[in-house]
Design a protein around this ligand. Sequence first.
Ligand SMILES: Cc1ncc(COP(=O)(O)O)c(C=O)c1O
Length: 381
Amino acid sequence: MTDLTAPKRPTHIFNEARFEANLKELKTFKDSCGLKILLALKGYNPLHSSELVSKYLDGVAASSINEARSSFEHYKGEIHTYCPAYDENTFDELIKYSSHIVFNSHQDLERFAGQVPNNVKIDIRLNLEHTDMETTVFDGYNPNKPFSRFGITATEFKPEDIEKYSVTGVHFHALCSQGAEDLDRCVKTLEQKYPDLLHQVERLNMGGGHLVCHDDYDYDLLASIVRRLKSTYDLDVYIEPSEHVYKNVGVLKARVLSIIQNDMPIAILNVSAKNHMPDVMESPDYNVEIEEGIFGRNRGKHSYILGGNTCLTGDVIGDYSFLHPLEVGDTITFLDQTAYTLVQCHHFNGVGQPDLIVMGSDGQIKFERKDTYERYLTTVT
Ligand SMILES: Cc1ncc(COP(=O)(O)O)c(C=O)c1O
């Protein structure tokens, strides 16, 4: 039986009660203003808790044939599928799993709209070329940066295609961990750049990137945006968040394997930035919080560099300060590690991926998945 407070192997613990609390918060909010909410599965696909997603939300957003198929097999409600480009070899299958399909370009719309059955609704994705993202955020997270491949810009937009291809919905995704004020500006940009378009469709999907489930998120402003859009244009309004629906849901438990000295103490862990925390590698300002100390050097009595057990020099999680000295065998608990981590874990250097333990809402282990040698073999051969 795994010791959940100090597991020997890298272990991700998913707290279903907290996930349900976030879903309930979203449900109460959406019911209060008539918003529809889909869970975007790209951040994490919680198949072990799919019944909760279906109970509280309107459906899911899929970004590949695998996500669409697992949505069809495990979730109730709407399945909105979006890929930057579709593949003629798999489109037939993909469309069987989808209730809505979002086209990224007029080229794909022209190519595939004829294969979409009448019961599947068609959306197009717009590129608002609008960004309020903080400059400290890694540029690669900005879907609207210059030369972005996501969505149709105002210059490329062909209004005649709306009727021609029975497009009934509009989609944009322009935010990255941002508040309702930023969303408000995006919506105004959309209205200004594509005048009349919202009058012609039945749906507006405002993508993900919303800081929902955070204490200071301005739900009142989001509600007023939704109400204004619904009353002005008579359409359904959606968001499809992923990352922040997992706020406070999952932790990654790591163990200190060794402590060495090179000008300052360096703790080598059984988890790594490279294998387990991709955002740390990509974004210089991405700080993972831990339970046992604080991020940053000299913020507590004892500072350490925390690094991974791989050959990559840059595989460093960061500087952390602790009240007490670290010892070999100590546990370090990295907070908020569900979204965009488990789905991007790999076996670089053959280092193990985390085991997954789902604590059910009743406090019992609901699901357990070990990262075995056989799992490793499937990724190398
Ligand atoms: C089209 C689309 N929808 C939704 C999301 C989810 O965004 P987030 O996890 O920031 O809420 C993303 C993230 O990349 C996306 O590309």
